[in-house]
Design a protein around this ligand. Structure first.
Ligand SMILES: Cc1ncc(C[n+]2csc(CCOP(=O)(O)OP(=O)(O)O)c2C)c(N)n1
Ligand code: SF4
Length: 276
């Protein structure tokens, strides 16, 4: 593991002047901080980063980071991020959002982003609930979690993002915890440095609609997983985990998809292609 003390830039060099509107104590604050620390450690020039998000409390993050950013539409952030990477392969593309945004409405994009294995990082701020729309169950909500909208629970088994990512072709798969700042910074640094599609799924308590998630500070294990490039081994670890393990579950060098950019074309070239 690298020594994070080597960095010279500061997290504040990557934070914007906009103060987050998140509820006090929301786990997303700690992810914002860890992302800024990771970028400072990597010393990537601000203008070389594109932070793309969908919709949700978590997806507000581009407003708080001082890089290029695009707060897009619900569930479509990965498609926009892939488009940016095609047009600007030189840029570091980071996509961020919530479990509702990425695993429900954005589920199809998630699978195919993993399959394409483009060189980009996907940060999912997973609070096992739809925070912004006031507490509906999400794909990662336990079947027996009772709420106003699902008084007897959904009765539906939870979505396993790490398992789906592995089966779909992602080449870097990690789980972190918003309450483990040091571990999270390392995971984000490793994910951004990885060549290929990197998923960093981060457990992030929603203190307003799931206050019981505050107990994660006691149940989450800090960086107890050792990375492997063996798919079978990774699959066993992912499927035997109770969800409280953190670290890199899988990292492999597999072929990265980078289609040829057509960004050098001007508008009249595009118009000609659509002439009838
Ligand atoms: C197409 C579309 N469908 C639904 C919504 C309503 N909507 C906005 S945010 C959201 C859920 C966000 O939950 P999540 O991604 O888990 O993020 P969190 O707020 O928990 O951080 C939904 C359903 C929307 N904005 N657009
Ligand atoms: S509603 Fe939940 S996810 Fe949204 S800001 Fe508040 S604590 Fe965070």
């Amino acid at each position: 593991m690298r020594d994070l003390k080597e960095k010279t830039l500061k997290a504040k060099d990557y934070l914007s002047d906009t103060h987050p509107v998140w509820c006090p104590g929301c786990g997303h604050f700690f992810i914002l901080r860890a992302l800024a620390e990771a970028l400072a450690w990597l010393k990537i020039p601000n203008e070389q980063i594109g932070l793309i998000s969908g919709i949700g409390c978590s997806s507000r993050i581009p407003a708080y980071i001082d890089t290029y950013g695009f707060h897009t539409i619900h569930g479509r952030a990965l498609a926009v991020g892939a488009g940016l990477k095609v047009a600007r392969p030189d840029m570091h593309v980071i996509v961020a959002g919530g479990d509702g945004d990425g695993y429900s409405i954005g589920g199809n994009h998630f699978i195919h982003a993993c399959r394409r294995n483009m060189n980009m990082t996907y940060i999912v701020m997973d609070n096992e609930v739809y925070g912004m729309t006031k507490g509906q169950p999400s794909p990662t909500t336990q079947p027996d979690w009772e709420s106003k909208l699902a008084p007897h629970g959904t009765g539906i088994r939870t979505f396993n993002p790490l398992g789906v990512a592995l089966a779909s072709g992602a080449s870097f798969i990690a789980r972190g915890f918003s309450g483990d700042q040091k571990g999270l910074i390392k995971l984000i640094v490793d994910a951004i440095e990885h060549k290929g599609f990197s998923l960093v799924e981060i457990k992030s308590p929603c203190v307003t609609f799931r206050p019981e998630e505050k107990a994660w500070s006691k149940t989450m294990r800090k960086m107890n997983i050792e990375p492997t490039s063996d798919m079978v081994e990774a699959s066993k670890t992912i499927h035997s985990s109770d969800g409280f393990d953190t670290g890199i579950f899988y990292q492999a060098n597999t072929s990265v998809f980078q289609p040829h950019s057509s960004v050098e074309k001007n508008i009249s070239d595009f118009e000609k292609e659509f002439e009838v």
